[in-house]
Design a protein. Structure first.
Length: 288
């Protein structure tokens, strides 16, 4: 596999979960990622397999969702590969990068930092939209680069929504679990954008804010599935702000934002595991 090191191959729901790594240029370090290949998705398979990218939340690596998100269950049935990237560069030795759970390591926020010192490698936007797919599609010719969807949780839900809304047509569909939908107006987002862009870069902040991006959307009709648990403490604390996202859609006359408030569900992977099949089904409508 060109440039990709395989560290483990684990049988899962009839397919294989591969634990992989590669040396990334954009993030200036070795990046780990996981890839689920559904049954039959071998190099010699006649038909190529579409891909769903799952972006994880704060503190996560590629492992969290692979181990307990239950995406492989639906992906196996639908014949969809799942790509699980890491959430930040690792070990760059930037001062302070390991000091907090919500900034730096494990908290790349799917942006390209422009403020020093984080501009030295914190480029998760370019990594996820360009470098990682390039590496993966080269190493795994059984995957179909023309059929890619995106989903994610919390910070990764913000990543999924913003990558989709910034790149009309690049992803066939988008969905999210408990996404940070209006980072410029919540503590997590403000801390991250302050550190990665700088306080004086408000226009730049808006370029990575799903609610702001929605206001300017002029792509095809939307069909966005979002699940938020009413028992989610981060929702209750105003970190996710799905009402702002819905209000922006309504004000812009955009149909197709389907936010489901799931009674009692919290911010944990019990929620992803419960609704993963629905999100696979949503992606499959556009990938198959
Ligand atoms: N560690 C943080 C919580 C961070 C958190 O809940 N992270 C979510 C994503 S935003 C997560 O998926 N954590 C890892 C897990 O549950 O496996 C805290 O103590 O408040």
């Amino acid at each position: 596999m060109s440039g990709v090191t395989e560290k483990a191959r684990i049988a899962s729901f009839g397919g294989k979960l591969l634990k992989l790594s590669h040396n990334a240029t954009t993030t200036r370090c070795e990046m780990s990622f996981n890839l689920y290949l559904p049954p039959g998705a071998t190099e010699s398979s006649a038909a190529k397999v579409p891909v769903l990218i799952y972006l994880s939340g704060l503190t996560c690596t590629a492992e969290n969702c692979s181990e307990k998100g239950f995406f492989q269950h639906g992906a196996s049935k639908k014949g969809i590969a799942v790509l699980y990237p890491d959430t930040s560069p690792r070990g760059l030795n930037i001062e302070g990068e390991n000091d907090a759970y919500d900034f730096g390591s494990g908290a790349g926020f799917y942006v390209d930092a422009t403020k020093a010192p984080y501009d030295q490698g914190y480029n998760m936007y370019s990594y996820v939209t360009e470098e990682l797919p390039e590496v993966v599609f080269k190493a795994f010719p059984q995957l179909d680069a023309s059929r890619v969807s995106i989903t994610g949780h919390s910070m990764g839900g913000h990543g999924a929504l913003t990558l989709f809304l910034r790149n009309p047509g690049k992803y066939k569909s988008v969905s999210a679990f408990a996404p940070i939908t209006n980072p410029i107006n919540c503590p997590w987002g403000q801390k991250a954008f302050n550190g990665y862009f700088g306080e004086d870069q408000q226009e730049k902040w808006k370029e990575h804010d799903a609610t702001e991006l929605l206001k300017k959307w002029n792509g095809p009709e939307l069909d966005i599935l979002i699940d938020v648990g009413t028992g989610d403490n981060f929702y209750k604390q105003g970190q996710l702000l799905p009402e702002n996202f819905q209000a922006a859609a309504d004000a812009a006359g955009l149909k197709g934002v389907n936010i489901r408030y799931q009674p009692d569900y919290d911010h944990s992977y019990y929620t992803m595991a419960t609704f993963a099949d629905d999100h696979i089904e949503h992606a499959a409508k556009y990938l198959k």
